[in-house]
Ligand binder design. Structure first.
Ligand code: CA
Length: 226
């Protein structure tokens, strides 16, 4: 089995080196960039399993790097920032990072989060390969979603929303993010409409199960935790 490959983009060299050592000790292969200029090209060509990306960087900042990558890449990203207030703002921007960590953080905490994300990603890969029983089945050809084996009878827009959320279990999507993913060409949908669609989806879920896999993230948006 090839070790997970991690890219750290961090201008505090001492911190970057400590993180590299912790991740290496867990058997991961680690690359480090101390500034942002080449981060996008390195991430797109380096075959990394995860990025640890600092927000404030010389060259190109973490925000720009994250946005640029998300146009073509789904590589998991952990954003780190020096200010806790920044995290709310970043979540609100719907950058599509998988997790956020405020400095100073303990390297152990970071390692734990890296491992959690890698486990989730491996679960997705297994799922794609062997298709074991999952709570939610999405049939994109017939536009049918089934929860616990029962059809949810979703409208087209509801289906698109569930499909977008379930594509990345655990990831928090902002309303704008969902809007762009689920309704890219639909100009009649606005961000608060997302809430009413979710309410309707939940009503349909409730007729099948008390265990609602859609999680509301206060002030931010939604995630699928099934
Ligand atoms: Ca920095």
């Amino acid at each position: 089995m090839t070790p997970p490959r991690i890219l750290i983009v961090e201008d505090e060299t001492a911190l970057a080196e400590v993180v590299r050592d912790y991740l290496s000790a867990e058997g991961m292969a680690v690359d480090v960039l101390f500034e942002g200029t080449d981060a996008v090209s390195t991430a797109l060509t380096g075959n990394h399993d995860l990025l640890i990306l600092d927000l404030m960087l010389p060259g190109v900042d973490g925000l720009t790097i994250c946005r640029e990558l998300r146009r073509t890449s789904d590589v998991p990203i952990i954003m780190t920032t020096a200010k806790v207030e920044e995290i709310d703002r970043l979540l609100g921007l719907g950058l599509g990072a998988d997790d956020y960590l405020c400095k100073p953080y303990s390297p152990r905490e970071l390692v734990a989060r890296v491992q959690a994300i890698l486990r989730r990603a491996a679960g997705r890969a297994d799922h794609a390969a062997t298709a074991p029983a999952s709570r939610l089945e999405i049939d994109t050809e017939r536009w049918v979603a089934r929860l616990d084996g029962k059809a949810l009878n979703l409208t087209r827009r509801e289906f698109m929303l569930v499909h977008s959320l379930a594509a990345r279990p655990g990831r928090v999507f902002s309303r704008d993010d969902l809007l762009a993913r689920a309704f890219p060409d639909d100009t009649e949908v606005f961000d608060r409409t997302i809430d009413s669609h979710i309410r309707n989806i939940r009503r349909k879920i409730a007729t099948i199960s008390d265990n609602d896999p859609i999680r509301s993230v206060y002030g931010v948006g939604y995630s699928y935790d099934g």
